[in-house]
Design a protein around this ligand. Structure first.
Ligand code: HEM
Length: 279
């Protein structure tokens, strides 16, 4: 919401519910939040202090999950610091596009954060793994089937979600649900995208050629996915003495001077990345 600052990891507080409690984020998995905190604890021990920020851990964990499921390796610039504040539920609702969004409205949202149509198509390829709830797409099944969906796929989804509001989940990528590959785009070409936000990438004249290119070439998809992830991971990052390096990813540090002794190291890494020197 506020940039790549790990604010989504913060628990709510006495001042109100956090980002996690906002409806679009309710499906984020508790096991994922725990995994990040476990990594954080191990780094705290290894580095003897709060050196690696939760936002850098998130960016690296995202990269490693992609690699572990068969996807591309890409270099992640480091040096982010963490926000001491979470976005409100209202902010989340006003900024995060719902899965019923079409391409023009997705592009509107992305343009505001410096991303374009190619980024949209490449990043949506993240839906090559994972699960979605019936309630995220059942308005495409009831009361009338979405005509852009293949009849076979419709039949299959109706077996998982026989009525509106069924509490069940299905795979986002019907061909290779657990492998990070380009089959997500092959699904779209075959009208087997799960959300409107997926299928419209093929219906829309601006994004269709990009979908077709990625469906033909996994190499092109992998290359662009890395570029777009790095771009997304640099949106409004906190560096230098901004924000903090959280000791516990779920809670902001108390006091104000926390973690600042590491700002020069962090800044050096950011500068090196910006100059293309690696990290
Ligand atoms: C383009 C805008 C996007 C929309 C509208 C969107 C929407 C959604 C929705 C509705 C779900 C399922 C929630 C549920 O019903 O449980 C989901 C799941 C998921 N999304 Fe996206 N998403 C978008 C972009 C992305 C991006 C950029 C990535 C990563 C690069 C991504 C990766 C995932 C993954 C991995 C899951 C599965 C999570 C799980 O298995 O628990 N999505 N997305």
């Amino acid at each position: 919401m506020q940039g790549c600052d790990a604010s989504v990891l913060l628990d709510g507080s006495a001042t109100g519910p956090g980002e996690q409690q906002a409806p679009p984020n309710l499906t984020l998995r508790p096991s994922a939040f725990k995994a990040i905190n476990d990594i954080r604890d191990r780094l705290e021990r290894e580095c003897r202090g709060a050196v690696v920020s939760c936002s850098d851990i998130l960016a690296l964990a995202a990269r490693d999950s992609v690699v572990a499921s068969g996807g591309p390796e890409y270099r992640v610039p480091l040096g982010r610091r963490d926000s001491p504040r979470f976005a409100t539920a209202q902010d989340v609702l006003s900024v995060l596009p719902p899965p019923s969004s079409n391409v023009p409205s997705l592009l509107d949202v992305l343009r505001k954060i410096g991303l374009d149509a190619t980024d949209l198509v490449a990043l949506s390829g993240g839906h090559t793994v994972g699960l979605g709830h019936c309630t995220s797409f059942d308005d495409r099944l009831f009361p009338r089937p979405d005509p852009t969906m293949s009849p076979d796929f419709l039949g299959r989804l109706k077996r998982t979600c026989p009525a509106k509001g069924t509490d069940a989940r299905t795979v986002l990528d019907v061909r290779t649900p657990n492998v990070f590959d380009n089959k997500y785009y092959v699904n779209l070409v075959n009208r087997e995208g799960l959300f409107v936000s997926d299928q419209d990438l093929f219906t829309n004249a601006t994004t269709r050629p990009i979908v077709e290119r990625f469906a033909r070439s996994q190499r092109d998809f992998f290359q662009q996915f890395g570029v777009s992830m790095v771009k997304m991971g640099q949106i409004k990052v906190l560096t230098g003495d901004q924000g903090q390096v959280r000791r516990n990813c779920s809670a902001r540090n108390s006091g104000t001077a926390d973690g600042l002794q590491w700002s020069s190291l962090v800044q050096t890494v950011v500068d090196a990345a910006a100059e293309g020197l690696g990290f």
